[in-house]
Structures are given as structure tokens and as C-alpha cells.
Ligand binder design. Structure first.
Ligand code: DUC
Ligand code: ZN
Ligand code: ZN
Ligand code: ZN
Length: 468
């Protein structure tokens, strides 16, 4: 048995000072005030001065994946190790059924890539790129295999589905309690705006945001909201990046549409001036959607604090600047889309929002709600006896600087180079095993596949009275 001693335990009932007891892969006990005696424990970990959280969950990653332009730089091995170093104990990665393949084949392939290599736990969403009677017939097998969330795209020519097929996907997954995650950008508009921007002579990274204006996102979100309404199914708007998109979500919520909202650190921290960095450095931020205007960023920051955003993920999808992104020198359309983040999400959000988001909100956004929405709760996402021993002991006092020099993500840059972070995980346990200590991996690989059941409602923040 392991004892995590004298921390502030962030429990479903609120933060309480005490000890946490781990027995094998489970939490054996939550002890407010602490255990009577430390005798009999095999190992004791000092959590004084630290918050003790259920391990963080990043429900949007792309590891070891062909994205249409290139293979991502991070494998499951390097990506989950970096995740654990930063305090994330579970990822939910997007397996993709490319056209001409089946969902069971895609799932088997993603298992082949991940199994036996992972430091953090991993589940899979299934992205659907081809929808017909044969692929549709495989949906029950997905639920049986623990895949209860799916993804479709409104953009990317090799992935996107037409609206009628998307409606059928929604109607098909609804009875099993499935959720559809959707990449909301109008692909037709993006394609034609890319041509327009390029033909007008804009060839550098700054052409990327110009060809994907906020309206492309807001239009696609609105369309999704109507498809969700028509089907009655639950949807998750992934990587929300715009104020206009949030308006569409809020209007749909007011009509009773069952919608969850995910955003990512890049939309809360960066803005589109990053694309103006000289010497092709702007390519580091070429991801879709792109970082937006300062106004969008501040609206999303408010939404995070007021509870309109349900989960925070990263969309981790790393490519090296040298040898991968630089293939797009002279044509921004050839820059592989995506950036790294799985290691730094907890530190970024803690540093910037610790004053507005208390430990309970932080837990809700980073652990509890991803577990609820994606069918891992109450096994994950809470500190309670019987839940899995995925634990992050977070020391809020450690000051450090995010840099490519100290990161474990296997990529040659970070979009947050030089960021002065406050807070670091002292200990990270995955299935009861110590996976990282003070931001460094222990070498253990306790990560396992997480089969998931149907999700439930995210915990939402009641709008309290305004304090004058
Ligand atoms: N955009 C996506 O849609 N997926 C992965 C990364 C990105 O930038
Ligand atoms: Zn996407
Ligand atoms: Zn993505
Ligand atoms: Zn290191």
C-alpha cells in the first residue's frame, strides 16, 4: 500500500486536508485529517503544500498518426510519457477509419500502435471518414470494444462527411448513449479561401488564419447544432476557438440541444499575431482552427471561468518545424496542421487561471468532466475509494520555464517557449504506479487501454449572483 500524505485532497465534496491510500491500481481510502499511523505502508509520498488531484485527462490527442500531410512527431510512447510528466494520466486519442478501411480494422491498428508502449492510460474515439451500410453495421462492435465516442469532420477533403450522413451517424449512435465529437470548420469555404489567399500572393504562415476566418467555424457549429437538434443526439464541439462559435452554442443550449464544449490552451493563450513571427516561425502555430483575435481569446477566457466550457483538451498533434512544417515554405497550404501541448496543459492553465479557477474548477475541467462526458466516471475523474489510482500531486509553488530544452514531447519546438509557469506535478501515479516525479519520467510504463461506457452529463457551474 502507498500513502500520499498530508496534501489538500481535491475530492467531489471539495478540498480537504488529509491522506490518500493507494492499494494496487485502486484508491483504497480518502482520509480527511490523515491516517492514525503510517506504519504498515510500503511507501510514503510527501504531499505537503500540494493539491492532490485525480489524474488529468486529455480527451483530444493525435499520436502516431498520418494526418493527410505527414506522420505526427509523437508516438504513443513519447506522447504518453510527456503527458504523464505534465500530470495527465489518461489520453483519449482519435483512431481514424480512413476511407477504404473499416472501424474494427482502424481500432486494431491503433491498438497495435499503442499497446505495451504507454506511460499514461489511453482510450480511443473513432473518427468516421466513410459512412455507408457496411461501416454503419460496425457501430455496435465499437460500443462492445469500449469506444463510445465518435468524430466526424466538416473540413478536410479526405475526412469530411456530407450533412445527411452526419445526421445518420448521430441517429445511429444515439440509442447507445454515444457522443459525436465534431471538427467544426466549413471545408468548402476553407478550400476556396485558401486558393484566394494564395492567389493574392500571400504564401507564408499568415495566410493560414486568413483562409480560416471565424465565420467558417461559426457556420459549421450552427449546422452541427441543428443536426444535433434534429437527431436528439449528444454532440461535443471540439477545439472551440471563436466568440461567434460560442454564440451559436449558447443559442442551441437555450433551445435544449445536448451539447458539450471543449476548448484548448492555444485558444485561451495565443492570438493570431503569432503568425507574424519572422523566418517562417509562424508555422509553429499552424493548426486548425488557428489561434484567433484577442477579442475571441478574451471571450473564451471568460467562458472558461463562467462555466460555459465543459472540458479542456489539447488537440496535441505535433510536427517538427524542421523537416515537417518547413515543407510549407512558399505555400502555407502545405504546412502540416497541428501543434504539441499534451505535456503543458496543466501548467499553462494553472499559471494563468489559478486566481479565477479554484482547485475544484480546475479538477472539473481537466479531470472530472472529461471522465463524465467520455464514459470513464466514476472509475476516473474523482478521488474516492474504489476509483482508479490515477493521481497527480500538484505543487503550486514551483516556478519554472517552459522550453523545448526541458520538454519530453518528441518535437523540436513548443508554442509556449519562455512561458513562466507556476506549478508542477511532484508525483504522478498511473494505475497506482509512480510514472513521473518532478516533471521527469520514472521509466515505468503502467498505461493501459481504457474501455469506456456511455458518458453522463458534465458537471456544470451554476451562475451565482453577481457580486457588486
Ligand atoms: N487540426 C485538426 O483538425 N486536427 C489535428 C490538428 C489540427 O491542427
Ligand atoms: Zn479537429
Ligand atoms: Zn484534433
Ligand atoms: Zn527530462
Amino acid at each position: 500500500m502507498k500513502l500520499i500524505a498530508d496534501g489538500i485532497l481535491v475530492t467531489p465534496a471539495g478540498p480537504v486536508r488529509g491522506d490518500l491510500v493507494l492499494d494496487g491500481g485502486s484508491i483504497a481510502d480518502v482520509v480527511p485529517g490523515g491516517v492514525a499511523s503510517r506504519d504498515g505502508f510500503d511507501e510514503v509520498y510527501d504531499a505537503s503544500g500540494c493539491y492532490v488531484y485525480p489524474g488529468f485527462i486529455d480527451a483530444h490527442t493525435h499520436m502516431q498518426c498520418w494526418t493527410g500531410m505527414d506522420w505526427t512527431a509523437d508516438s504513443f510512447e513519447t506522447g504518453t510519457r510527456a503527458a504523464a510528466c505534465g500530470g495527465t494520466t489518461t489520453i483519449v486519442d482519435y483512431a481514424t477509419q480512413d476511407r477504404g478501411t473499416t472501424m474494427p480494422d482502424a481500432l486494431a491498428e491503433w491498438h497495435r500502435r499503442a499497446d505495451g508502449t504507454c506511460t499514461a492510460n489511453y482510450g480511443f474515439h473513432m473518427a468516421i471518414a466513410e459512412w455507408n451500410n457496411e461501416t454503419k453495421a460496425d457501430i455496435p462492435a465499437m460500443f462492445d470494444a469500449g469506444v463510445t465516442s465518435f468524430k466526424t469532420y466538416f473540413a478536410y477533403d479526405h475526412l469530411r462527411l456530407p450533412d445527411d450522413q452526419m445526421l445518420d451517424v448521430l441517429e445511429t449512435i444515439r440509442p447507445g448513449g454515444g457522443i459525436l465529437c465534431v471538427h467544426c470548420e466549413n471545408g468548402d469555404l476553407v478550400d476556396s479561401l485558401q486558393r484566394r489567399v494564395f492567389d493574392a500572393g500571400v504564401t507564408g504562415p499568415e495566410g493560414h488564419p486568413m483562409s480560416r476566418p471565424a465565420i467558417c467555424e461559426a457556420e459549421a457549429i450552427s449546422r452541427l447544432m441543428y443536426l444535433a437538434e434534429l437527431s436528439g443526439a449528444r454532440v461535443n464541439v471540439v477545439h472551440l476557438s471563436t466568440a461567434l462559435g460560442l454564440e451559436a452554442v449558447e443559442a442551441a443550449k437555450a433551445r435544449g440541444v445536448d451539447v458539450c464544449v471543449e476548448s484548448c490552451p492555444q485558444y485561451l493563450i495565443l492570438d493570431d499575431t503569432c503568425f507574424l513571427e519572422p523566418d517562417f516561425q509562424g508555422a509553429k502555430y499552424v493548426m486548425s482552427p488557428p489561434p484567433r483575435k484577442p477579442h475571441d481569446r478574451s471571450v473564451l477566457q471568460d467562458a472558461l471561468v463562467d462555466g460555459s466550457i465543459d472540458t479542456l483538451a489539447t488537440d496535441h498533434c505535433s510536427f517538427n518545424l524542421f523537416g515537417q512544417k518547413d515543407r510549407g515554405v512558399g505555400d502555407f497550404r502545405k504546412i502540416p496542421n497541428g501543434g504539441p501541448g499534451v505535456e503543458h496543459r496543466p501548467a499553462l492553465i494553472q499559471t494563468l487561471f489559478a486566481d479565477e479557477l479554484g482547485p475544484e474548477d480546475f479538477c472539473r475541467l481537466m479531470s472530472e468532466n472529461p471522465a463524465r462526458v467520455f464514459g470513464m466516471y466514476p472509475e476516473k475523474g474523482r478521488l474516492a475509494a474504489g476509483s482508479d489510482a490515477d493521481v497527480c500531486v500538484w505543487d503550486p509553488s514551483v516556478a519554472w520555464t517552459i522550453s523545448v530544452k526541458n520538454q519530453h514531447q518528441a518535437v523540436d519546438y513548443t508554442p509556449y517557449e519562455g512561458f513562466e509557469a507556476r506549478g508542477m506535478p511532484r508525483y504522478v501515479f498511473v494505475n497506482g504506479e509512480l510514472a513521473a516525479e518532478n516533471g521527469e519520467p520514472t521509466g515505468a510504463k503502467p498505461g493501459r487501454y481504457v474501455p469506456r461506457h456511455a458518458g453522463c452529463e458534465p458537471r456544470r457551474v451554476d451562475d451565482g449572483p453577481e457580486v457588486p
